[in-house]
Design a protein around this ligand. Structure first.
Ligand SMILES: [Mg+2]
Length: 335
């Protein structure tokens, strides 16, 4: 029964979504809820919202705001970011969504929806046939009727998360530097149309500096803590996650990895890995052959005991490895 209300995907915030991924997957239009999805209830578009919508326009998306609120609220928000809008949409009813697709000249196949409420936003978008993305609310303080809805949402979200785990998500790729974690994650994400999360890249984005910089100024321990926080953030979602090679050296991250069903260790011979990684300035911990090999050997056991699946990657292409993981996921979950 709860399944009717499950979103297709769930992010902590509308600002965390990798919109470029959806563009590559063929989406042209984005319909957003406004209140508590992009800004607190009733607030005008702030700097962050303006920046996001501008970047979406720059990427070629058409944006429309679909709100159950009255016209002055919705129009002033949409005008500020030069986007389309539909007010008094009556979500979850179909009529608002029909007006939205008309205005966008879009179809259910090339339009995605982002909103913060299950019974209006997600149920409406999903039953209309749109890709539905649930995001965490911006503001913790809400009106009483919304607070009541949140209480009803809770068991559904719990059941949704349980279902995601049952389906084997997130899929996490571990392994030494150069193992191909990011490229395989990208390939898997494209095959499944599920976003991939590159933990290193997410940390660089949130810190506003490069990993070598973080290592140099803050030290490895600080970086591992950030890495743990990022892993935790995405560990309950329907994502493909590429980890950094050292994620297994942090106890808290190890605990998360051990709790997950689909952790795949991409395993290759050291000499193959070293060929790939030497001379790459973005890899702060790779120096000479001997010390890198010593690190590889000391970590091998950690990779083995933190992952439920091992993939021997020697001599296999990225596409071979991605397809092998897919096959094993199907075998595991039957879906
Ligand atoms: Mg809302």
């Amino acid at each position: 029964m709860f399944k009717t209300f499950y979103p297709d995907l769930n992010y902590e915030s509308a600002y965390d979504i990798d919109y470029a991924f959806f563009k590559r997957a063929g989406f042209e239009n984005i319909i957003f809820d406004i209140d508590n999805t992009l800004v607190p209830h009733g607030a005008p578009a702030d700097e962050r919202a303006v920046k996001l919508i501008k970047s979406l326009h720059d990427e070629g998306f058409k944006v429309l705001f679909l709100s159950n609120n009255k016209e002055p609220r919705v129009k002033s928000f949409a005008d500020l970011v030069e986007s389309l809008y539909v007010y008094k949409a009556g979500k979850p009813s179909k009529k608002g969504f029909i007006r939205a697709l008309d205005a966008l000249n879009g179809t259910v196949l090339n339009t995605m929806f982002v909103g913060d409420q299950l019974f209006t936003d997600i149920w409406g978008a999903k039953s209309f046939g749109l890709l539905s993305i649930l995001v965490g609310k911006i503001d913790k303080k809400e009106e009483i009727q919304i607070v009541l809805k949140r209480i009803l949402e809770k068991p559904i979200i719990h059941s949704y998360k349980k279902n995601i785990r049952k389906m084997g998500f997130p899929v996490v790729l571990t392994g030494f530097m150069g193992a191909g974690k990011t490229t395989v994650a990208k390939e898997l994400a494209a095959l499944l149309t599920i976003p991939y999360i590159d933990l290193d890249k997410k940390i660089e984005e949130s810190e506003g500096r490069s990993i070598p910089d973080i290592f140099k100024t803050e030290g490895e321990e600080y970086f591992r803590e950030k890495e743990y926080e990022m892993l935790k953030k995405y560990s309950e979602g329907k994502f493909i996650i590429a980890t950094g090679g050292g994620v297994v050296t942090n106890e808290k991250s190890v605990k998360i990895l051990k709790s997950l069903k689909s952790v795949y260790y991409l395993n290759s011979d050291f000499d193959i890995l070293f060929e790939r990684i030497r001379g790459d300035g973005n890899r702060p911990l790779s120096q000479d052959y001997e010390s890198t090999k010593a690190r590889f050997l000391s970590r091998e056991n950690l990779y083995l005991c933190t992952s439920k699946k091992h993939v021997n990657c020697n001599g296999k292409s990225v596409s071979d490895i991605a397809r092998e993981i897919l096959r094993r996921m199907h075998e595991d979950t039957g879906c």
